[in-house]
Design a protein around this ligand. Structure first.
Ligand code: SAH
Ligand code: AVI
Length: 323
């Protein structure tokens, strides 16, 4: 950061959510290399753009996970206790859960948890029409922080659902702390169903995050729009470009926004200088082997009960049990 503008900030009274967004952005853009946490992709437009990504021909994870859930829903729900509440972390458009809701007739409640509140409430309302007998109790929360489940499910056994390989967007140590935290939210004896993207040919991975239609680039650049709108930023959208590549040493896709020229940008009342080519690191998407994921889960207190893959071996859905 090169200076504080000293303006009594254009965001007259920041609510706590906006304040922690501003704090994270100032801390991330003051760091070297610059970074912003990926959870900030998901304003309503970002959530819609993510859904568009899942429909691109290059983005295989969603199709692979759908194939597994379609073929194996019956086997997966065998692990659910009768009368359980299903708690989904990062539920997005609540599409994948329908495979489980259709197969698990004896669920008492579904609790979708997501940071994108407006999108979550709209998707939960749409789901209620399809499952009139099921209690659908959305919770708007950052799932990395402590949050409470609705009172209506406190006495029910819990099953966690964390699809999409969203776990890959954490650093491995954060993934382990998330799993521990999820265990304490779900309680003793809990089962959790987790989607994990697998290590594979680099050309497949690079294509999935560099689709020809440019949707992933729009998803990445939408973060700058959000910074301009919510934190009084003055990012020029054509001043940055989408970069995504597989880092084979660390088994992760990295997404960045690269500055096309030397420039200064003001956001959240602070000004930051960019060199030409300098990037903001916006996301990691870690890929695991079945063994490396089982080891990570074990270290966080979960035993792998079962695992299913799609026919191409692109993706895995894992059933974990709290030790
Ligand atoms: N589960 C869906 C959506 C995946 S996109 C699928 O598999 O297709 C990732 C989702 O996680 C988004 O809906 C995003 O809003 C949510 N998310 C990301 N970080 C989050 C956080 N820290 N707390 C709560 N939700 C988060
Ligand atoms: C939500 N998450 C698992 C996606 C991923 O693949 O890491 C987000 C995404 N980023 C770019 N394309 C999709």
């Amino acid at each position: 950061m090169i200076r504080k503008t000293g303006i009594a900030t254009p965001i007259a009274k920041r609510d706590t959510e906006t304040q922690s967004f501003a704090d994270d952005v100032i801390a991330g853009l003051s760091a070297a290399p610059k970074r912003i946490p990926p959870k900030y992709f998901y304003d309503s437009e970002g959530s819609r753009l993510f859904e568009d990504i899942t429909r691109t021909p290059e983005y295989y994870p969603t199709r692979s996970e759908h194939e597994i859930l379609r073929m194996q829903a019956g086997a997966i729900v065998q692990h659910f206790p009768t009368g359980a509440a299903l708690v989904e972390f990062g539920s997005g458009a609540c599409i994948k859960v329908r495979f489980l809701l259709d197969a698990a007739r004896k669920l008492k409640a579904y609790v979708p948890v997501d940071i994108a509140g407006e999108f979550l409430n709209a998707e939960a309302a749409a789901l209620r029409k399809h499952y009139p007998g099921l209690q659908i109790l959305p919770v708007v929360a950052d799932f990395m922080k402590p949050f409470a489940l609705p009172d209506a499910v406190s006495d029910l056994p819990k099953v966690g659902f964390f699809p999409g390989s969203t776990i890959g967007n954490f650093e491995p140590h954060e993934a382990a702390s998330f799993l521990r935290h999820a265990g304490s939210i779900l309680g003793a004896g809990a089962v959790m169903i987790v989607g994990v993207d697998l290590i594979k040919d680099e050309s497949v991975l690079n294509a999935a995050y560099n689709d020809d239609s440019g949707v992933t680039a729009r998803f990445n650049l939408n973060l700058l729009r959000r910074l301009n709108r919510e934190l009084a930023g003055n990012f020029k959208l054509d001043g940055f470009e989408h970069h995504a590549f597989y880092n084979r040493e660390r088994n992760r896709i990295e997404m960045h926004l690269a500055s096309r020229a030397r420039q200064k940008v003001t956001v959240a009342g602070s000004t930051f200088e960019f060199r030409a080519g300098e990037t903001i690191h916006t996301e990691n998407s870690y890929k695991y082997s079945p063994l490396s994921f089982a080891a990570l889960a074990r270290g966080a207190g979960w035993t792998m009960l079962d695992r299913w893959s799609d026919a191409k071996g692109n993706f895995a859905v894992c059933a974990l049990k709290l030790q």
